[in-house]
Design a protein around this ligand. Structure first.
Ligand SMILES: C[S@@+](CC[C@H](N)C(=O)[O-])C[C@H]1O[C@@H](n2cnc3c(N)ncnc32)[C@H](O)[C@@H]1O
Length: 348
């Protein structure tokens, strides 16, 4: 089997990593650390502050591009893709008590979710480019079968976990790799086309097509007025890692990517390819593509650090918040993540 098939089986197959391991035992993220609610609250604060700024900037006359006539208004229905332990949704329930909140994950609902949170145990299948429900049947989760109205869809460190092919240059073209080395198989025509456009000078490349297709298909399924936010670590064509960047995490440590079901296998996202794919969907327009460090710096310049309702009047919380903002902005760590924010029609 090649990498995509082995990765799929070891992470999402019957005894795969996501079915038997707890994400928090293996890694921490800006959004999803149950042990650091202050970090998640700051990440959410950044998100909810940045979006109105960019909606205002990119919208035309008032009345366009928004759910209710105000161009800066964000749809009050948040969908967290890859919601894991529900940390982001818990923070959102505190900060925006009136919002409808939806978590989507292949994992079952975490215990003690706030009552405003609806959980959808669904799988994104990279082999069919669609959602399947717990019964294994396809669903139109973010379309007609899903939550009503325009949606704010967030995927934080989700796309990097979608299995993809890995290809290596040979003197005669590209060859797919598997965990045990070259497979002798050539990429299919769409994968070859992707490599031609996006591989840059790299010799070994994770083919981003499964991520591009996922994000474009999700964008295409959303009602007008929706906003898509993908936040992930990644690279651009000019700085693709020359030998690829397939990684493994186990027990908090970076390890070789072994498809054993005990190791979280992940690969950074090809950010420019992903943006191009979603921007080819009719009606989708770019609001922001930038590193998190830049987003946080711009935010510090333009938006006062107004506490979320839950923190108001708590000086210690304000101090902790400032500390977490610095961590989120650190360009050497969390700040290196990319933010890709897109709006779904109507075009102003
Ligand atoms: C790296 S964790 C990120 C969790 C959280 N968003 C955060 O930033 O901390 C990825 C989450 O996506 C879920 N996931 C991975 N692949 C999936 C798929 N194909 N379909 C549905 N959920 C998936 C995993 O179960 C896991 O909870």
């Amino acid at each position: 089997m090649d990498w995509q098939d082995e990765w799929w089986t070891s992470s999402l197959g019957r005894n795969g990593f996501w079915h038997r391991e707890h994400p928090a035992d293996h890694f921490r993220t800006s959004a999803g650390d149950a042990g650091d609610a202050a970090m998640t609250a700051e990440y959410l604060r950044a998100l909810l502050s940045v979006l109105p700024e960019h909606l205002r900037h990119h919208s035309g006359a008032p009345g366009h591009g928004s759910p209710a006539g105000d161009p800066t208004r964000i749809a009050p229905t948040l969908v967290d893709l890859g919601a894991a332990d529900g940390s982001l949704l818990r923070a959102a329930a505190r900060a925006r008590p009136g919002w409808a909140l939806h978590g989507v994950d292949v994992r079952p609902a975490p215990a003690d979710l706030p009552p405003t949170v609806h959980w959808h145990q669904h799988l994104w299948d990279v082999r069919t480019t669609g959602w399947t429900g717990p019964d294994g049947l396809p669903t139109n989760l973010l379309g007609p079968d899903g939550p009503d109205g325009p949606l704010l869809v967030v995927a934080h460190e989700w796309l990097d976990d979608l299995p993809c092919r890995v290809a290596q240059r040979t003197p005669t073209g590209w060859e797919l790799l598997g965990p045990h080395g070259p497979t002798g198989w050539a990429p299919d025509p769409a994968e070859a086309c992707w490599l031609e456009a996006w591989a840059g000078d790299a010799r070994t490349v994770e083919v981003g097509l499964t991520r591009d297709r996922a994000w474009a298909a999700i964008a295409a399924s959303l009602p007008p007025g929706s906003i898509l936010v993908a936040i992930d670590y990644g690279h651009l064509r000019r700085d693709r890692p020359p030998e690829g960047a397939l990684l493994g995490y186990r027990d908090g440590l970076l390890v070789d990517p072994v498809p054993d079901g005990r190791t979280n296998i992940t690969a950074p996202v090809a950010v420019d390819a992903l943006a191009a794919a979603v921007e080819r969907v009719p009606g989708v327009r770019r609001l922001l593509v930038a590193r998190q460090s830049t987003v946080m710096a711009d935010l510090a310049d333009t938006v006062p650090a107004d506490p979320l309702p839950a923190d108001r009047g708590a000086p210690l919380a304000a101090l902790v918040g400032a500390n977490r903002r610095r961590a989120l902005a650190d360009p050497g760590r969390l700040g290196a993540n990319w933010w890709l924010v897109h709006a779904v029609g109507p075009t102003p």
